[in-house]
Design a protein around this ligand. Sequence first.
Ligand SMILES: CCCCC/C=C/C(=O)SCCNC(=O)CCNC(=O)[C@H](O)C(C)(C)COP(=O)(O)OP(=O)(O)OC[C@H]1O[C@@H](n2cnc3c(N)ncnc32)[C@H](O)[C@@H]1OP(=O)(O)O
Ligand SMILES: Cc1cc2nc3c(=O)[nH]c(=O)nc-3n(C[C@H](O)[C@H](O)[C@H](O)COP(=O)(O)OP(=O)(O)OC[C@H]3O[C@@H](n4cnc5c(N)ncnc54)[C@H](O)[C@@H]3O)c2cc1C
Length: 664
Amino acid sequence: MEGVDHLADERNKAEFDVEEMKIVWAGSRHAFQVSNRISRLVANDPIFEKSKRAVMSRKELFKNTLKKSAHAWKMINELRLSDEESIRFRSFMDQPGFVDLHWGMFVPAIKGQGTEEQQQKWLPLANNMQIIGCYAQTELGHGSHVQGLETTATFDPQTDQFIIHSPTQTSSKWWPGGLGKVSTHAVVYARLITNGKDHGVHGFIVQLRSLDDHSPLPGITVGDIGMKFGNGAYNSMDNGFLKFDHFRIPRDQMLMRLSKVTREGKYVASDVPRQLVYGTMVFVRQSIVSNASNALSRAVCIATRYSAVRRQFASQNGGTETQVIDYKTQQNRLFPLLASAYAFRFVGEWLKWLYTDVTQRLEASDFATLPEAHACTAGLKSMTTSATADGIEECRKLCGGHGYLWCSGLPELFAVYVPACTYEGDNVVLQLQVARFLMKTVSQLGSGKAPAGTTEYMGRAQHLLKCRSSVKKAEDWLNPGMVLEAFEARALRMAVSCANNLSKFENQEQGFSELLADLVEAAIAHCQLIVVSKFIAKIEGEIKGKGVKNQLKNLCYIYALHLLHKHLGDFLSTDSVTPEQASLASHQLRSLYSQLRPNAVALVDAFNYTDHYLGSVLGRYDGNVYPKLFEEALKDPLNDSVVPDGYHEYIRPLIKQHIRSARL
Ligand SMILES: CCCCC/C=C/C(=O)SCCNC(=O)CCNC(=O)[C@H](O)C(C)(C)COP(=O)(O)OP(=O)(O)OC[C@H]1O[C@@H](n2cnc3c(N)ncnc32)[C@H](O)[C@@H]1OP(=O)(O)O
Ligand SMILES: Cc1cc2nc3c(=O)[nH]c(=O)nc-3n(C[C@H](O)[C@H](O)[C@H](O)COP(=O)(O)OP(=O)(O)OC[C@H]3O[C@@H](n4cnc5c(N)ncnc54)[C@H](O)[C@@H]3O)c2cc1C
């Protein structure tokens, strides 16, 4: 029934102040107010309607994205939205497109790697969208191995220009978002060659298309790489290819904040670490962690509301059928995902802080925390995106058959989200960066250099390598110190075990490649410890609102104990817990599920998502699922006519043939 809240009973059960939880989720009262206002602004504008994406052709979808992006830009200007509001606006628009790369990578690359002069020249143009840019790093032959890029930028002292060239087919740029059909400019990563010497990969601002008629400039071959996974979904994005044929750019279009080429062609490296050329990726990886909590919370919101609406099988006393959310199996799959959404939110907040901190330090020429910032952004990007992609698919299954319907919102969410496990660094490749960092830290233990930041616990190796968990009863698993100690012992012991195994190899690189799988496991254990510890830090801080802290505590321990259960092999094999303690953890987890159950719907309401943003019949705020499923079905183009197109050509002849042969 229209106007009736089918989830009202669920909402009445909540034991906490949902409005205060909304503020905790948003990060601050101000952030909540911005999100709340902007999400409704987008939802109420018919231009941003998105339910027909699945039945649009690629060209229609692409044009629809252009239309939405242009309309969004007009509104952002007319309403004079701040940067923060504009970011929220684009995110609630919820349609991947070239603007994501323009604002998300092109502009940050110029800010991070351009000199003051270059910023003054290019940023006003980019900020007014008089030029549109993308980030062209990956090539057909190399994505992960950035040092293996083949595109060359050879300095020509005669003309004071760089000649950008794609010497092989595999050197063609391949994948950059926004490149295929829209971008007028790109930050292109190419091997810098001066006086015949290869100085490795550097960034260059390159104009690709005419600003008059949008045609590619002479020497540029550019286009879209074709359809990607899923209908609709990420196909709104024009991921592109790009080939250069001795294309010339002025010398001052090399991004020269980190190193320079003089008029004479002399390469001048500054004293900052060369890895800063990867700075844009660090920035984006950091933002991907918060995005993971957005995507996972959307899926969890849909699955939770629907699990409360959906009923299967009579209850034991023969009354109404059981809400599927009451099955312990459903809770065991759903509630850890709900907890993960909150966990990723808080670790994302912390990572943002870490990123801001390292940026300020770099500006003051303090590079000490750069390796940790790289390891944290890489590892947490990897861990949270993998868990989120798996979590969205789990939410689809939690919704049974209807989860497979496009209008559940879950197939598209999955299709759009899953490449996050690959872009901005393949998730395995990134964990190996964490592993390198951990191995280095372990090798320095005892050298007098105390590990700091997220590896501070390694400085307590003497204790952590020997200690036995003191958990004796199920409630002990609600003790933050005991939980942290188990996670620290597991992470440290896995890292030390890898380091010991590595030391058995004469050649460290060979040892590393033999032990890759174990190293990735150790890196994941370290990242999980970070997430657990940041969640615990959150619940130990000041939190307002009736019952809010209590709910967050439950979620925190569900997150931690579910991880313990899932990776029990690690915890047992490292002697970080005993089988008895593991069984107490499972007992505690079940109790936490029961405590969470009455609050489940309210906890997803706290995400404050509009029905527009959720884009799901199953996740509707009012829970009015069944009539709306029918409405959606009737909107399908196949239902435009009762007798389908093709009946006379293909169905009728079959049936008639059958009748004729039956008569024989
Ligand atoms: C808005 C969302 C839309 C998203 C659209 C998507 C966009 C993209 O996908 S853009 C392309 C993204 N591409 C990647 O992420 C490529 C992944 N590969 C890499 O980042 C690197 O090549 C690498 C980290 C895997 C390896 O780097 P490399 O220098 O070739 O090799 P080393 O292993 O020898 O590293 C040397 C040294 O530098 C440290 N390091 C590496 N990266 C960074 C960094 N970003 N910041 C700081 N330090 C870094 C590395 O750990 C090594 O340190 P040491 O062991 O101490 O020598
Ligand atoms: C949707 C999407 C958008 C993208 N947008 C952009 C963009 O805007 N700009 C841009 O420049 N790029 C972009 N990319 C490219 C992206 O960054 C790369 O695809 C990514 O970095 C992975 O590199 P790869 O494709 O070379 O994978 P590969 O490295 O070829 O990975 C293949 C397999 O090999 C494994 N592997 C590779 N190296 C190692 C190793 N050393 N040890 C162990 N295993 C290894 C990986 O784990 C993986 O299983 C995008 C990609 C996608 C899918």
